[in-house]
Design a protein around this ligand. Sequence first.
Ligand code: FES
Ligand SMILES: [Fe+2]
Length: 439
Amino acid sequence: MGNLSIQEKFERELVKGSFLRGDPITGDRYYSREFAQKEWDHVFTRTWQIGGMAYQLEKPGSVITYEIGNESILMTRAEDGKIRAFYNVCPHRGNRLVAEEERCGTKRMVCAYHSWTFSLDGVVRHVRDAEDYPQGSPVGKMKLEEIRCDVLGGLVWFNMDPNARPLRESLGVVADHLDAYQTDKWVRVMWLTGKVDCNWKIIHDNFNEAYHVLSLHRELGTFIDDAYQNTDYDIYETGHNRMRMKGCLPSSSSRVGEVQAPLDAILRQWDLDPAAFNGRVREARAAIQQQKRKLGAERGQWQYEKLSDDQLTDYHHITVFPNISLTMSADGYQVLRPQPHPTDPEQCLFDHWFMVPVIDGVTEVATPLGTRKVEPAPHETFLHGDASLGFVADQDLSVAVAQQRGLHSRGYKDSYLTRQEDRVRRLHEVINDHIEGRR
Ligand code: FES
Ligand SMILES: [Fe+2]
C-alpha cells in the first residue's frame, strides 16, 4: 500500500457500482438504549477517535483529557517524548485520575482519593503505606491501562480496540487528503461544544448530504454549488467518504448570473474585478484558482502548495466513520463531531472546531462565529440554544430536535432517500456491519 500514489489508493479504495443493501433506517436507531449500547460496544470502542490537537501535547509534561460516552481518555507526553493514551481511571479503586481538560508542566499525576502517584508514562511511582499491600507494593508494577494512540494531521487519535488496524491504514486515502492540506501546521481558533437534544446520528446524517442546503442554507448558493449534478461523491471501502462541492461558483440550482457577496469580496481579495464576471460568473472559480496559484506563495499561503486546483476553491467534506465530519477548504476547515451522550440516546454533545493555517502576518481570521485571533482557542461549552454554534451549524440544528421527535412516530418506518443522500444510508449500513460482525 505504501508505494501507491494517492490517485492509485483513491481508485483502489473507491467503492465501485452499487454499495447499498437498503437496510432500513428505523426510528429506534435514534432513541433505543439497547441500540445505543450496541453502537458503543461495536462502533465507538472499536474506531479511531480524535482526542485533541497535537500541539496541546507539544512539550513533555503536557496532559489532556477527552470524554466520550462513559469514558474519559487521558493523553500525555512523558519525559521520554512519547505520546500515550490511557483510560483516565485510577487502578486503586477506580477514581477518575485527572479532572482537568488540559495541563502542562506536569511531572506526576496524583489521584485525589488516596494519593497514588503516577508518572506520565502511566506507571505508579509512589503510594502511602506501600508495605501494607499483601499482594506486593504497586510501585513500579501497577500501570494505567494504556490504549492505542497516534498522531496524524496535527490531531491526536486514540482507539480503545487493541486489535484495531493502525490509524493510517484505517483512514486509508483520507490520511493522504489531510496530508495535502498539511493540517499538522494548522491551529484551532474556535472550539465549541453544545449539548443538543437529539441522537448523534441526526447531526451526522445531516453532514452526509447536501440536499438540505437550498432549504436551510439558501445564502450559501451565491458561492457554493450545491447541485448534485455538479458534485462528486466518493464512497470508500473503509467506511469513510468524501463529497466534493465546487466553491467560488454559484449554485447551478439557483441559476445566479451575477456576482453576489461573498464572491465579490473573494474576487477582489485575489486582485480580480467582480464587474468583469457579471454574465460569466461561472468563470470566476477557475480565475480564482489561477490567482491563488500565482499569488498564493508570495502572500505566504504555503498551504496551497500541495493542493490541486479544485482544492484551492472547493469544499471537500470528508466524513470519517463513525462520527467525524471534516469540511476541508484551502483556507480553513471545520471539525464537526456529534458524540453519543453517556446515558441518553436522545441527547448528544456536538463539537464544532474551526482550524486555520498559521500564515506570517495574519493575526485574525473569519470563522463561523465572526472574526477571531489566530491562536489556540479556549473550550467553550454550553447548552444548545444558549449560544451560537456557528451560523450554518445553527441552521442545521434548527430541525434536529423536531426530527428527533418525529422519528418516534408510528407513522415513520424508513427514510425515502434521493441518490444524493446515499451517504446517509451508507453510514447506517456500516454501523450495521460493525454490530453484526461483518467488519
Ligand atoms: S482511587 Fe486512586 S488512589 Fe485510591
Ligand atoms: Fe447543513
